[in-house]
Design a protein around this ligand. Structure first.
Ligand SMILES: Cc1ncc(C[n+]2csc(CCOP(=O)(O)OP(=O)(O)O)c2C)c(N)n1
Ligand code: SF4
Length: 249
């Protein structure tokens, strides 16, 4: 009985397309959680996702709802337009740290400040995955990347940007949480945060953002298991987990 309960099946919210992600990449877990939450809330048929630039650019092939593609960093602006034109749809963006925290930082901050009724899913793997592993705004100090081969030196390259802490300051943001995908207990908490974020939109409460700490074993140059350990040991101290804003309004 217990064994049966542990056998996973593909949620209706995921298409049958095999994903292109590298072994050990937790983008796949984030997709699965998103699909499960949309399915469980009964909103797959009225949801439009906004795919961004990065490894998750093909999210529209995997999550079984409507999708629009946005240029680098512009997903919150595209989502704003969609929600205003189609207020009865549930709109979410799915963005990496390169997309959201570099060129797109202004977009997401202003969408939060305006209190747009959208949900932002922010996958933070501390690196530009798709373009070959360059330093991202979220790369921790000392992190070795293709553009910081000696390790990120904050004196020269600046300090990592903490997106949740920035967004939570915006009066228009009602729910802001950072969770991690590095172990099953955290994955369960991540799913709960995603559900709360979508419920905020369903209830008309306002802008919600969930950051998920994620892995990029390929560009970190690690095994999948070591990558999960690296999230716990090197990312969580820089990006503490928790709810920065509770979703009330
Ligand atoms: C308009 C535009 N500008 C720049 C790029 C180049 N580009 C593609 S992916 C990427 C970085 C993606 O990194 P991230 O958002 O962290 O996502 P990941 O691949 O790590 O999931 C960049 C700069 C692009 N494809 N389109
Ligand atoms: S390059 Fe990194 S982020 Fe992209 S699919 Fe591979 S492991 Fe995932």
């Amino acid at each position: 009985m217990i064994a049966e309960a542990c056998v996973y099946e593909r949620p209706v919210g995921l298409t049958a397309a095999p994903t292109h992600y590298c072994p050990g990449c937790t983008h796949g877990i984030a997709h699965r959680l998103t699909a499960e939450v949309l399915e469980e809330l009964g909103i797959l048929g009225c949801t439009i996702g906004v795919a961004s630039v990065g490894c998750s650019v093909f999210a529209y092939n995997y999550i079984a709802c409507d999708f629009v593609g946005a240029a680098h960093g512009r997903a919150p602006a595209v989502a704003t337009g969609l929600k205003r034109v189609l207020p009865d749809r549930i709109i979410f963006t799915y963005q990496g740290d390169g997309d959201l925290a570099s060129i797109g930082l202004g977009e997401v901050l202003h969408a939060a400040a305006r209190g747009e009724l959208i949900t932002v899913l922010f996958i933070n793997n501390a690196i530009y995955g798709m373009t070959g592993g360059q330093m991202a705004p979220t790369s921790p100090a000392g992190m070795v990347t293709t553009s910081s081969p000696g390790g990120r030196d904050p004196q020269l390259m600046g300090h990592p940007v903490r997106v949740c802490e920035l967004v939570a300051q915006m009066d228009g943001a009602v729910y802001v949480a950072r969770r991690s995908l590095h172990n099953p207990a955290e994955i369960r908490k991540a799913k709960k945060a995603l559900r709360t974020a979508f419920e905020c939109q369903l209830a008309g409460r306002g802008f919600a953002l969930v950051e998920l700490l994620s892995t990029c074993p390929t560009n970190w140059g690690m095994t999948p298991v070591d990558a999960l350990r690296w999230v716990e040991e090197r990312m969580i101290p820089v990006f503490p987990l928790g709810e920065f804003k509770g979703g009330e309004r």
